[in-house]
Design a protein around this ligand. Structure first.
Ligand SMILES: *[C@@H]1O[C@H](CO)[C@@H](O)[C@H](O)[C@H]1NC(C)=O
Ligand SMILES: *[C@@H]1O[C@H](CO)[C@@H](O)[C@H](O)[C@H]1NC(C)=O
Ligand SMILES: *[C@@H]1O[C@H](CO)[C@@H](O)[C@H](O)[C@H]1NC(C)=O
Ligand SMILES: *[C@@H]1O[C@H](CO)[C@@H](O)[C@H](O)[C@H]1NC(C)=O
Ligand SMILES: *[C@@H]1O[C@H](CO)[C@@H](O)[C@H](O)[C@H]1NC(C)=O
Ligand SMILES: *[C@@H]1O[C@H](CO)[C@@H](O)[C@H](O)[C@H]1NC(C)=O
Ligand SMILES: *[C@@H]1O[C@H](CO)[C@@H](O)[C@H](O)[C@H]1NC(C)=O
Length: 413
């Protein structure tokens, strides 16, 4: 298993790559749902014409346009949105090209919702939105990958003098700071959201998973007051039973019990939602939850050779609605139910429903093209299948699209 590998985040001292050229391609005009409004603003006596693209959040999230239902379109004109080598903060776990991957078409796919187009990602526009604000990604290594993607998406337009990377709270919180905008894009490690014995951001590979089911404040104090928070939790729950702890770690009076996972997952998501309900400033904080990221570890699921996995895959799955066995709809329903309940209490958490769109992308994983932390054994070398990472995603790649979806919500709020 590769989930728990020590992560590789280069801290401080970024390099200013070749100036990025975001191709200014106009995807906007095509959609019925996009209304372009031109309005005038007075700026120091000068009349300035600005163009505002008005995609209301209602039109994005309502039945009129389900952003998460669509198809992948090959688009090597506009994608990738940044170059792997030019991103100062790329993670070696996700840098597939650097580690030898030759087929790079996984970088060239645009997500096209059936009933509309996604707004084109514009880093400047996002940073204007994030001025004096904090955007925090909270969760596991998939969420961390999405954070790296977001950093790369904005990194390319920023000279090195105005940005920095900082790590605090024993490495649990990594902060990408953009001085000129007084904005931060952060990542907080808490793979099970509630407290657990996997909370160390580096040494968290423990055979037995234990969650302190009622406790989240140790983590939450780092993100409660952020302006945008993007949560996830899924991967670390994939086992039939979990150890549940009532009381504190190390407390002799603490009670431990082994409980069926789905039940524990629900308790944890409830602890999280109770925290949000009480502590989140509804006027300030925008909340998102990223649904399960699918894995492609069993090739027989998509009709390929039994025993194989995502290694050597270069095409996506064509079958509409393909859903792998690794993605548990029951867990998704738990989250949906909890989010519905929060809504009745006036707290809106937007689900970024990325599971289906990512299910197709069996070719988007690093497989063997990433930094290997321990020297490979002879056995591994002769059997690349055995150590392929079919969980995380190459960058540039699928998580960029998750961020484009997030972007669509942020700029329309
Ligand atoms: C990106 O956004 C900025 C600020 O809103 C705007 O000035 C610029 O024209 C946009 N770029 C493209 C390519 O649309
Ligand atoms: C955007 O659209 C909404 C409803 O369609 C409208 O109420 C609002 O005034 C529009 N905003 C701008 C800036 O045009
Ligand atoms: C895009 O792909 C097409 C077909 O594979 C190829 O002919 C073209 O040169 C590519 N364009 C770019 C910019 O890579
Ligand atoms: C900078 O951003 C933080 C939030 O991240 C905010 O609390 C602070 O007031 C901002 N500083 C200025 C000078 O606006
Ligand atoms: C950092 O780790 C040390 C040793 O494990 C611990 O004593 C300390 O409380 C931790 N600090 C934070 C902010 O978590
Ligand atoms: C949120 O904003 C509303 C309307 O502006 C205001 O009535 C309310 O007191 C605010 N709530 C908080 C918690 O600040
Ligand atoms: C997310 O997508 C799946 C499959 O596309 C769907 O079954 C589920 O209802 C969606 N959930 C939400 C909250 O939109």
């Amino acid at each position: 298993m590769t989930i728990a590998k020590a992560h590789q985040i280069v801290v401080i001292g970024s390099t200013w790559g070749i100036k990025n050229t975001f191709h200014s391609f106009v995807a906007i005009l095509a959609t019925l749902l996009v209304i372009t409004t031109i309005y005038l603003t007075r700026d120091r006596g000068e009349e300035k014409l600005s163009q505002k693209i008005n995609v209301s959040i209602e039109s994005l999230s309502s039945s009129k346009c389900d952003l998460f239902s669509g198809k992948w379109v090959f688009d090597n004109e506009s994608y990738p949105l940044y170059k792997e080598k030019q991103c100062s903060f790329m993670s070696d776990q996700l840098a597939c090209e650097k580690f030898g991957r030759k087929d790079l078409s996984y970088q060239n796919w645009r997500w096209k919702p059936h009933q509309c187009d996604l707004p084109r990602f514009n880093a400047t526009k996002l940073l204007e939105r994030l001025r004096n604000k904090r955007l925090v990604f909270v969760g596991d290594s998939l969420n961390r990958g999405q954070w790296v993607s977001m950093v790369c998406l904005v990194d390319s337009i920023l000279p090195s003098s105005i940005k920095s990377m900082q790590s605090i709270a024993n490495g649990s919180l990594n902060i990408f700071k953009i001085k000129e905008y007084n904005a931060t894009i952060e990542n907080y490690w808490s793979p099970l959201l509630v407290e657990s014995n996997s909370d160390d951001p580096v040494n968290h590979r423990v055979p037995e998973r234990t969650v302190r089911i009622k406790a989240i404040e140790k983590h939450a104090r780092y993100w409660t007051n952020a302006d945008y928070i993007v949560f996830n939790t899924y991967l670390w729950w994939r086992r039939p039973l979990m150890n549940v702890l009532w009381g504190s770690f190390g407390d002799t009076n603490a009670v431990y019990k082994r409980v069926e996972m789905l039940r524990v997952y629900e308790m944890a998501v409830r602890t999280w939602s109770d925290w949000l309900e009480v502590h989140v400033d509804r006027n300030k904080t925008n909340l998102f939850f990223v649904s399960m990221s699918p894995t492609h570890e069993r090739a027989e699921e998509w009709g390929a050779t039994k025993g194989d996995n995502c290694y050597k895959e270069t095409n996506m799955i064509a079958k509409e609605g393909y859903w792998g066995k690794g993605s548990d709809p029951k867990m998704m329903q738990v989250v949906e139910k909890v989010l519905d309940d929060l809504k009745t209490k006036g707290l809106n958490v937007q689900m970024l429903n990325i599971t289906q769109l990512s299910e197709y992308r069996k070719e988007g994983h690093p497989s063997i093209y990433r930094k290997q932390w321990e020297p490979l054994t002879q056995e591994q070398i002769s059997n690349p299948n055995g150590y392929a990472d079919c969980i995380h995603w190459c960058l540039p790649g699928v998580p960029d699209v998750w961020n484009e979806l997030l972007y669509a919500y942020i700029i329309n709020q």
